[in-house]
Design a binder for this molecule. Structure first.
Ligand code: SIN
Ligand code: CO
Length: 381
């Protein structure tokens, strides 16, 4: 079990989206949840998003996985790294590292990225639009962080797959050791080089951009066939210039657009659907044959658990806890199923122990449906 040695609440009020900082010994007696070999194994999987970056003699190379075993054959002892995105979706041990951050909202959480670097390996100076906690695992890594980007950092194109910037003046320049955490808010340039074989775990948070909200809302409106109407304005008056858009017509059209954004129920549903979709591939496998409600009930009664797919988002609006948004779909639970709703959204697994009363048949029916969709699963090994 991973535990932070500091108060996340105090950290948030002091640093979150304000200042980068290093928390020495953010984890006490840190143990890596994964080995470099296991991580290399993940880069060979088709579904897993991975990258390899090398910078021997300052010549940058970068490529996307999946890789074959010979990729790792004669790499030499320095200046390369490989990176796995959303490692929490594919490695249960690594997913444990996200646990201490679960008092922050899941919709903001993006993924756990893990990188393995040998001496001199890194991805070069760059700026991210993410908030990230970079946890140092095995080995030591030298990090430099500059002042917030106010448009002064020039981009350089050493490789089309890398978004690097020119070097920058450091406001943080330090060596991370196992268990240390570097927090970097969006917009602060940074650069980290391994000093010896090193594992880094980046717990990343990302909020939607304004333009993503607009474009996703447009998709939502189309998918639900809302607003399939033209402007209806019977009181048209003649005008002296054919080309003029009258202020009155502009106001009517603007109103039409704003009406769509003014419906709080629609916006709430849209936000729930959008925010409940993971930005990274999920390990969803539909069971075959499907489970019957009876077998699910027996499974739970025998004291076994049903696990949630790692990274799956089951969200609810604070004032409407019975409406669950699961991976972009909305599911309405009855008021009597409040306990189930809280468990589905807030917990990694279901078991009879977690319920204060015997699990009711409509709850079993819903769980069965979620298992048959592949959102929750029974590990039969
Ligand atoms: C890395 O771990 O190599 C890159 C992390 C980052 O700077 O975003
Ligand atoms: Co970065």
């Amino acid at each position: 079990m991973y535990q932070l040695t500091f108060s996340l609440q105090e950290f948030l009020s002091q640093y979150w989206q304000k200042q980068p900082t290093i928390i020495k010994g953010g984890f006490a007696n840190f143990q890596d949840p994964i080995t470099a070999e296991e991580l290399a194994g993940l880069t060979m999987e088709e579904e897993v998003d991975s990258r390899f970056v090398s910078n021997k003699d300052n010549v940058w190379q970068a490529e996307h996985g999946p890789f074959s075993e010979d990729k790792f054959a004669d790499l030499g002892e320095s200046h390369w790294s490989f990176i796995v995105q959303a490692a929490n979706h594919w490695h249960a041990g690594a997913a444990q590292l996200v646990e201490p951050f679960k008092s922050m909202p899941q919709w903001l959480f993006d993924d756990l990225m893990i990188s393995y670097s040998v001496k001199g390996g890194g991805v070069g100076p760059h700026i991210d639009q993410y908030d990230v906690f970079i946890i140092q695992g095995q080995g030591k890594r030298h990090w430099r962080v500059g002042a917030k980007d106010v448009g002064q950092y020039k981009e350089v194109s050493n490789h089309s797959a890398l978004r690097q910037i020119e070097s920058f003046e450091a406001i943080i320049d330090d060596v991370l050791e196992p268990g240390d955490i570097l927090y970097i808010p969006p917009g602060f340039p940074h650069d980290g080089y391994a000093m010896e074989p090193s594992l880094s775990y980046s717990v990343g948070f990302r909020s939607p951009k304004e333009q993503e909200l607009i474009s996703n809302f447009a998709d939502y409106v189309l998918a639900h066939d809302f607003g399939d109407t033209h402007l209806h304005k019977p009181d048209l008056a003649t005008q002296s210039n054919f080309g003029a858009i009258s202020s009155s017509d502009l106001a009517s059209l603007t109103q039409m657009l704003q009406d769509n954004l003014a419906d709080p129920i629609r916006l709430k549903d849209f936000m729930g659907c959008m925010l409940s979709q993971s930005r990274h591939q999920l390990d969803i496998v539909q069971p075959e044959p499907v489970w019957s409600a009876e077998d699910i009930a027996i499974h739970l009664e025998s004291g076994q658990i049903i696990e949630k797919v790692a990274g799956l988002r089951a969200l609810f609006h604070e004032d409407e806890p019975h409406l669950l948004y699961i991976n972009g779909e909305v599911i309405k639970l009855t008021a009597a199923m409040g306990e189930l709703a809280a468990l589905l959204s807030g917990s990694d697994s279901l078991s009879t122990d977690a319920f204060s009363q015997p699990v009711e048949s409509d709850a079993i029916a819903l769980i069965t449906d979620l298992v048959n969709k592949g959102y929750w699963f029974i590990d039969e090994e």
